[in-house]
Ligand binder design. Structure first.
Ligand code: ZN
Length: 149
């Protein structure tokens, strides 16, 4: 099994059995996000206590990449501080939007590295980043929905 096959398998698994999916009782904040290019819609709900993300859930409908990315995002930021989550968002965004001929270091991304393949497909980059833009909107309590445009 190649690394790409393994990555594909993780994405399919998160699409079929999304983690932290559904409403979040006692959410301290939530935000809606929309990727008009693909039609992905997501709502991200968080419970933030002090500066720590105690719980994060998502709901919505969209393509396999957007759903898998949202699921992986919830696992990646749960239990971390808001600053750590925003920093991971920046690193993730930088890697998936980097040019194909640029070497990348997927190490700091942990399991999110399964999504680095989207940088080959510009439309898919927005599918992969939607949940992160929406998480950001929830964390800063933005009154406006997040959008990838
Ligand atoms: Zn999509």
């Amino acid at each position: 099994m190649s690394l790409n096959d393994l990555y594909q398998e993780v994405i399919l698994d998160h699409n079929r059995r999304p983690r932290n999916f559904g409403p979040l009782a006692g959410a301290t904040s939530d935000a809606r996000g929309h990727n008009p290019l693909c039609g992905d819609k997501v709502t991200v709900s968080v419970i933030v206590a002090g500066d720590r993300i105690e719980a994060v859930h998502f709901e919505g409908s969209g393509c396999a990449i957007s759903k898998a990315s949202a699921s992986l995002m919830t696992e990646a930021v749960k239990g971390h501080t808001v600053v750590e989550a925003e920093s991971l968002f920046k690193q993730f965004q930088a890697v998936i939007t980097s040019p194909m001929d640029q070497d990348i270091d997927p190490e700091p991304l942990g399991k999110l590295a399964v999504l680095v393949g989207v940088r080959e497909f510009p439309v898919r980059i927005k599918c992969a980043s939607l949940a992160w833009h929406t998480l950001h909107a929830a964390l800063v309590k933005s009154p406006a929905p997040a959008t990838t445009e």
